[in-house]
Design a protein around this ligand. Structure first.
Ligand code: 13P
Length: 257
């Protein structure tokens, strides 16, 4: 399985800044002795996708993605963006269900499942984000939340016969909401426990395909904790917010082993 190190830039960077960052990352990756299976994704704001994709295009291990997608081809959906528009701009991947979309914008599980399936049906690969709030964790609901979030998506994918192609086109990012942007990285035992739960739910829901899907950890990943996180069972990559904005810092995470 590939190891995916992904940058989520969130609402940061102009086109010029994006071009500079991706070009620098490109140079750093080209000069580094990375493990053969390492892949680097950068989820940029919509306005930056085309410039970032242009800057990344000669490196097949460096892919650009969008941060969200709407489940329709076109139409009266002010402010939204279709899979075809994202692909046209140069995106290959898209995030679905990031906790900031769930908790700030108010997206629910059904909508996240709908956009996941629609994006896959329309030529994008999807990184599905899941994770519990602090309250849910304190109430002992971690596994129930993960099961609920994954079940809605898996049922939708099964009903549309999309399961067979998932190993190449789908990844899950476990991001505990309380660890995002807080500097509070989940402890090793917490990450191991949550990732084992995600793996076992994926296998229950999707059969053998569930074994082959990368599970990334996200939440206050930094150069200092990246290598130890990557060594944990069922941690197949990292999704990085704040520490991905500066190419040199992000590169230390990309190269961690
Ligand atoms: P931070 O790395 O800033 O905690 O953000 C994590 C995240 O939300 C990535 O999607």
């Amino acid at each position: 399985m590939n190891t995916i190190i992904a940058a989520n830039w969130k609402m940061n960077k102009t086109r010029e800044e994006a071009k500079e960052s991706v070009s620098e990352l490109f140079r750093l990756i080209a000069g580094a002795d990375l493990p053969e299976t390492r892949r680097v994704f950068v989820f940029t704001p919509f306005t930056c996708i085309a410039d970032a994709a242009e800057a990344a295009k000669a490196n097949p291990k460096l892919l650009i993605g969008g941060q969200d997608v709407y489940p329709a081809d076109h139409g009266a959906f002010t402010g939204e963006i279709s899979p075809a528009m994202l692909r046209d701009a140069g995106a290959r991947w898209v995030l679905a269900g990031h906790s900031e979309r769930r908790h700030i914008i108010g997206e629910n599980d059904d909508f996240v499942a709908e956009k996941t399936a629609f994006a896959l049906q329309n030529g994008l690969s999807v990184m599905l984000c899941i994770g519990e709030t602090l309250q849910e964790r304190e109430d002992g609901q971690l596994k129930d939340v993960l099961l609920r979030q994954l079940t809605v998506v898996a049922n939708n994918l099964k009903s549309k016969n999309l399961v067979g192609s998932l190993p190449q086109t789908f990844a899950v990012a476990y991001e505990p909401v309380w660890a995002i942007g807080t500097g509070k990285v989940a402890g090793e035992a917490e990450v191991l426990d949550a990732h084992a739960a995600v793996r076992s739910i994926l296998e229950d829901l999707l059969g053998p395909v569930g074994k082959q899907l990368p599970i990334l950890y996200g939440g206050s990943v930094k150069p200092a904790n990246a290598a130890s996180l990557l060594k944990l069972d069922n941690v197949d990559g990292l999704l990085v917010g704040g520490a991905s904005l500066e190419a040199k810092t992000f590169m230390q995470i990309v190269a961690a082993q």
